[in-house]
Design a protein around this ligand. Structure first.
Ligand code: FAD
Length: 472
């Protein structure tokens, strides 16, 4: 069989792989990208984008229900799930088509098929056009991840949903159990609760969103309760049986074993890397558990092999994958660069949204920092009041030794958009006063960030300071 040669091959076209391939094309490297299923990866097809489309619909549905508070009188809203799914599909379709256009426009060749390593420099691809071998001096592994299945809850069963199936539901389930109170479970379960599903979340840890600031989690838990979501903590799913018109889920709680009648069980207990599907054993690449080990230039232990995104260690987030992909492309093109990002901001699209950059308060303390904390409730921000969305706060944590910003946690309206300024603060090693002295336009939610920085110094003017500071 003839082997086709490229300078670089990118394996996987998710938010790690496709930007990497585009950047390689821009840098003049003759590149092939191989994808078996989703141009745009999980993120564009069955992850970030479709979930946020549905979450937006859920939020708007709720806003319409409460519009009378602002004097807007409308009838009770109803969900046409087929229409909502079709709209979601057009959003996804526009973006995935854009990926193909950008790859082609930057001179990148695309092949659809399943790739397996024959050796560290050779891949065999089985696709609709048959079997073909490709060789390159540089191969980037960007194979991503998939949902974890738990014993007894097979995704092949119609009642058991993974995130992909949950995003494609043809109707709003009357009763839904969510196993796993992490971000994906709360985003999808929370959205379905807003449009009428009776949702129960079963979480093994003693709080939802394990690892998050407990103050934030308390607020989210209150909101879930308002949306009639039942939360079972320290609870473990044991199994399920088909019952009359539904599934009977059994789970263990500190109060004893319980059962629940539901229509579907959504399992969101985490994701595992797809490192078992591409014959990595033929490369000898060093692993950390199921994840591929890389250095700051995204190089693996094998010369000419790189890895990026969810299949490597670190946070499993799209923007982390993209950043790594772009750095990796420049490394392959011979630039002297490395991934030196100080923070990967993270967002949870619950209601309200949560966003973090840098260290959360408890993390900073656990690392031994003496901290100053500036906390501003959205209720003190004029713009928040004008939108009627005042639940939540901005918490800025600074190093008490030098007033440098260590992290910002936001729970509240538009947290996802507000956090980018905070990530920049951390990348730029800002001190609280750099933020406090930056004029923020009025009336905006961003003023809350400026005010939180001042509050950390005891100089906020729109809230009472915990410890007012007399002079500089
Ligand atoms: P993937 O997106 O998984 O892409 C890998 C690609 O490789 C896939 O298309 C796969 O088909 C292909 N592939 C794998 N093996 C082979 C092979 N052997 N041959 C050929 N092709 C192969 N992240 C965020 O940052 N923000 C969010 O809001 C967010 N929301 C999410 C919501 C949900 C419901 C889910 C499931 C995930 C969400 N994520 C979110 C996570 C995000 O989708 C992932 O972190 C991101 O997609 C990882 O990108 P990647 O390029 O590493 O891998």
């Amino acid at each position: 069989m003839e082997t086709i040669r490229y300078q670089a091959i990118v394996l996987g076209a998710g938010p790690g792989g496709y930007p990497c391939a585009i950047r390689l094309g821009q840098l003049g490297v003759k590149t092939l990208v191989i994808e078996r299923e989703y141009w745009g990866g999980v993120c564009l097809n069955v992850g970030c984008i479709p979930s946020k489309a549905l979450i937006t619909a859920g939020k708007r549905f709720e806003e319409i229900k409460h519009a009378d508070q602002m004097g807007i009188i409308v009838g009770a809203p109803a969900i046409d799930m087929a229409k909502l799914q079709a709209w979601k599909g057009t959003v996804v379709g526009k973006l995935t088509k854009g990926v193909g256009d950008l790859l082609k426009g930057n001179g990148v060749d695309m092949v659809q098929g399943e790739a397996k390593f024959v050796s560290p420099k050779v891949l065999e691809v089985t696709g609709s056009a048959g079997v073909q071998r490709y060789e390159a001096d540089h191969i980037v592994i960007a194979v991503g991840s998939r949902p974890i299945e738990i014993p007894g809850f097979s995704f092949k069963d119609g009642r058991i949903l993974d995130s992909t199936k949950a995003l494609a539901l043809p109707e709003v389930p009357k009763r839904l159990a969510v196993i796993g109170g992490g971000y994906i479970g709360l985003e999808l379960g929370g959205m379905l609760a807003k449009v009428g599903s009776q949702v129960t979340v079963i979480e093994m840890a003693d709080q939802l969103l394990p690892g998050f600031d407990p103050e934030v989690v308390r607020l989210i838990s209150r909101r879930l309760k308002k949306d009639k979501v039942t939360v079972e903590l320290k609870a473990q799913a044991l199994g399920w049986e088909e019952g009359e018109g539904g599934a009977t889920l059994r789970f263990r709680t500190p109060e004893g074993e319980k059962s629940l009648e539901v229509d579907y069980i959504l399992v969101t207990v985490g994701r595992r890397p797809n490192t078992d599907g591409c014959a990595l054993e033929n490369t000898g690449v060093a692993m950390e558990g199921r994840f591929i080990k890389t250095d700051r230039q995204l190089k693996t232990s094998v010369s000419g092999l790189y890895a990026i995104g969810d299949c490597t260690t670190g946070l499993m987030l799209a923007h982390k994958a993209t950043h790594e992909g772009e750095v990796c492309a420049e490394v392959i093109a011979g630039h002297n660069v490395s991934n030196d990002a100080k923070t990967v901001p993270a967002v949870v699209f619950t209601d309200p949204e949560i966003a973090t950059a840098g260290l959360m308060e408890h993390e900073a303390k656990a690392k031994g920092f003496e901290v100053k904390v500036g906390k501003i409730p959205f209720g003190a921000i004029g713009r928040a009041l004008t939108t009627g969305d005042t639940d939540g706060f901005i918490k800025l944590v600074a190093n008490a030794a030098n007033n440098r910003v260590l992290g910002v946690t936001i729970v509240g309206p538009h947290a996802s958009d507000l956090i980018s300024e905070c990530a920049l603060m951390i990348e730029m090693d800002c001190e609280c006063m750099d933020v406090g002295l930056t004029i923020h336009p009025h009336p905006t939610l961003g003023e809350g960030i400026m005010e939180a920085a001042k509050a950390a110094l005891g100089e906020a003017v729109h809230v009472m300071n915990a410890k007012p500071r007399a002079a500089h």
